[in-house]
Each structure stands twice: as C-alpha cells, then as structure tokens.
Ligand binder design. Sequence first.
Ligand code: PLP
Length: 407
Amino acid sequence: MTPLDTARIRADFPVLATHQRGRLPAYLDSACTTLRPEPVTRAIAERARAGAGCPGRAYHRLGREATATLEEAREAVRAFLDAGRAEEVVFVRGATEALNLVASGLPLRPGDTVLVTGIEHNSNLLPWQRLARRSAARLRVHRIDVATGFDPAAFARDLDPSVRVVAIPHVSNLCGIELPVADVCEAAHRVGAVVVVDGAQAVGTRPVSVRALGADFYALSFHKMMGPGGIGALYGRADLLDRLEPLLLGGNTVDDATYESPTLAPVPARLEAGVPAADLLAGVVAAIRWVGALDPAAVRAHLLDLNRAATVALLALPRVSLIGPPDPAARGGIVNFHVRGVPSRDLALLLDDREAVMVRHGKQCVHAWYRAEGVPDSVRASFAVYNTLDEVERLTRVVRSVASMIG
Ligand code: PLP
C-alpha cells in the first residue's frame, strides 16, 4: 500500500489554500459534507457550458447529449455500488429523499413492525415514524450501546416475524461505527423483512457492494463523497422498486395519461419526477472517478492516523468524553466528543475563530439519541483524505486550552 499523497490531493481543493484571517482553513466537517475537488466542479461547469437539454425526452443534439450524461451517470453509480442493473439506480436529491421515497412507498399493514436502530440520523427515523403512524404499523427501536458497538445477537432477538422492514445505517454519523450490514440482511431476510440501508456515511470512504451486502435498498448523497450537492441515489432491488409507490408524480414518470389517470413509466423514470439535473450528474460521474482513483486501504490508513492522533490527545484531557468506542479504528473518520460544562456551539465558534478549524456542533441530526441518553450536545470532527495531522493538532490545541481553563 502506498500512503496517500496528501499534498497532491490538497491541490485539487483550492479552498484549502485560501487564508482565513491569516490561517489556512482546517476543514474537519466532511461527515456533514465534503469539499468538492476541481475535476468535479470543472465537470459541472463544462456540462453547463456545453448547453442545456432535457435528458430522456428531447431528441435534438443537446437533448441527446444530456441523455447520454444521464445514462453515463446511471452506469457509473451502478458500477460504483456494484448493483446488478443500471435500472436499479434511481436519482433523487439526496439520502433524505431516497429514504422518504422508500418509507412512503412501501406497503405496510397494521401490526407490521419497522425495526430501526437507536442511532439513526433523523432522515432514517422520521420517515419511518410517519409511516408507522399512517399505516398503524409499529416502530421498534433497537438501542445500541455506542461505547461497545452493535451487537448482532441482541439485534437478532428484535427480529420477530412481525418485522417487515429493517432500517439501519451502514456507518453511523453519530459515532463512526460500521454495522455488519451483510449479517443484518441475512438475519432480516430469514424473517422475510426488507432491509433499507442508509449509506450516506459509508460511500466514498470504503468500497460498497450492494450485492455482497445483500441490501434491498441503499441510500446515498453525492455531496458526502466529493460530489455535487442536491443530488443522491437510491439503489433498490429491481422487483422491489417495481412495487414502490412513487413519492412524486409528474413529468418523466408516465408513459401516457388521460384526464382521469396516468399509465406510469417503468422504473427508474417512474420514480424520478421532473427533468433530471444533467449538470449535477456530470459532477457525479467526475466524483466517482476521483474517489475511485484512491486506494481504499490507503484511505483507511490515513483516516486512522488522523483519528488516532485526535483520540489520544482528546482522551488525555479532563472533562472530555467520546461518543463511540474508544478505539479509533472502530470509528472511521469520525471523532464526536463533548467537554463537560462547555456548550458545543461555543467550542465550535472558538475553534473557527482561533484556528480556522471547522467542525460540526449540536445534536448531529441524531436528536433522539441525545434526548434518550441525556447528552446535551457534542462537537464532531470528521476527517477526509485532504486532512493533515497538523490540522488535528490545531483542533486538539484549542480543546486542550478550553478544557484546562475550566478544569
Ligand atoms: N444519513 C446519514 C447517516 C447522514 O449523515 C446524513 C447527512 O448528514 C443523511 C442521512 C442525510 O443526507 P442528506 O442531507 O444529504 O439527504
């Protein structure tokens, strides 16, 4: 394994060379959204400059070119996720929309159970809460002790035959742990449940094969993997997508319509209402290419180096607690922590002000977990391939000064 050439990688991100009050920014918020490398922004601009055209419906030259971009992107995502067929990839605005699409379109009956974990992002909890309310299904929450991680045997005990849907994160945005998705899918399929995987935090930091995982649905956002904002994808097994009720209806979703009713188009068009975003799709293709050029083992080693340095320094401080397992190898690129007595917002502002270190503060869109655990909030630093040990040192220096000031 050749280590990542961080200097070369950073050259693709001009914002990292743009001073902020005399300091270079230390962007440690990639779990929220990654920066976009130059080839991605260039691909979007070039596609836009080349002209517009409605993909899939205009047959003039510009329309045909836009259609080619849509098809290229669909095939690129299929290959990236190792899906069987391009039609199993549905373009949406992001993981949130993908999860809403599944939760609004699955037929459930009163008494059916949806099983989720206790560490779901709001986007993989609220849509299921609503589905349960509307269909008189039950929502069961499988609580996870984040310090010790996911326990497959305990999870299996919650999988009774009433469970029709299992919704889990592939990687948690709360604590960075990776769930054994393949094992969960196998156990869920044994009771006849479908598994909906929130892959927002997994793609881009490790290879994903939806076929090897056995996932029935897999949701992702490209802005979390160096791609453009406002676009994501839902992978769905072909037979399940065919039965999924569309979330939105309108242009693109029909083969024909009368004043009374439509004849819906086959998937994926049936689930992709409106004109597809060709400019963004060009950026998606470029992002997949950019991420695909990195050696996954080198990415993992780099994130571990950064996370280890952050973890060792933070755990040595008074008043600091980590959310998640103490071992950085179990947390990918995420270190989520709180400093007792210091509101996370104040710490985040101080980090930005003193060292141009950008982190996420608050309840990290996992409000239910914070409420249940009585943890008020936290600061989450999250690393990507463009980050350096020097940036981690700037993070821990500020936290050290704050913790020792009040400790
Ligand atoms: N799921 C997880 C685990 C996330 O971290 C996020 C984003 O923060 C989402 C879902 C929602 O992604 P988006 O806002 O791009 O739809």
